[in-house]
Write a protein that binds this ligand. Sequence first.
Ligand code: HEC
Ligand code: HEC
Length: 273
Amino acid sequence: MSTMTKQIGENLKSSYTVLRVCIKSVTAVLFLSALSAGSLAGVGEGQELYNAYCQICHGVLGEGQTMGKPLTDAPANRLTDQELIDVITDGRAGTGMAAWEGSLSEVEIFDIASYIRNLQGKPALVLGDDDSGPSDDPNVIAGEMLFNSSADCATCHSYDEKGGSVGPSLDGVGSRLGDDALLQALMNPSASIVSGFGTKEVEQEDGTVIRGRFRNDSELAVQIQSEDGRRWVTYFKERVTAVRDSDESVMPDTFANLGANEQQQLLAFLMSL
Ligand code: HEC
Ligand code: HEC
């Protein structure tokens, strides 16, 4: 690594430390710091370079194109800062991803990589800090798999703009709630229900009860979103027996019933969001 890159890494490292202090206090401040850390990293130039050389295959916002892959999906998010620099520098043998080493300087590659982090909604690049960037913690990776498969959280929750809308988006949930409230939300969903995500029960004339996330209400009708998130159904009040607020969360107690290991993994993943 050249002294130049190292130097940039050092400067960034100190601004990242400031950032992390902010994460612990105020999210609004975090947002501003993230922006200024971004411009420190020369993201301005990174963006121009990206648009000139990378956009054609990876898309304007890193969403991916025919000849390239998305740079904002889970595998790309998981690349460590060093891996990100390496893949741009050395390319991927046998694929359309060429080595840019000869055509771009190390600083230019660093700037583009920082811009990619920006597209991923992450703090700017920091070299030599293991805590930074996407996680390569095996617990986090296993937790993400659980979230999207057997624990079935993705039916109702999104992160990085993927997933369902029955429950709140879980981006930044770790710092938003803190450890205790997060654990409580998982172990005992009904103990406190996030405002705007309450449950309604509609009792129909034949006695069946339908539960879902309350969406809208008028004098004549009530609208609820089904528990699988797929349907928004309107019930006319004069055609049902009762419409009730429920103090039970739509969220099932899946988490409480997982094994300790799986709980640990899922928790690690949620904290990484
Ligand atoms: C001709 C098309 C093309 C161009 C131009 C291109 N790439 Fe790629 N890139 C690819 C392909 C294809 C892959 C997937 C390689 C593979 O299968 O592992 C890739 C992979 C990557 C990855 C790894 C993503 C991951 O999830 O592992 C990064 C990062 C990346 N490119 C960044 C860049 C940057 C930065 C530029 C501009 C300097 C660039 N690419 C230019 C085609 C391209
Ligand atoms: C059937 C839909 C559904 C499923 C499945 C579901 N949730 Fe939820 N979740 C909700 C709803 C609705 C809320 C908001 C109401 C409440 O506070 O209980 C919520 C709230 C949460 C919260 C609190 C969020 C906040 O902003 O305070 C967390 C954390 C959470 N869920 C995590 C999970 C995890 C992890 C899983 C998988 C094990 C999961 N949920 C499965 C519907 C669901």
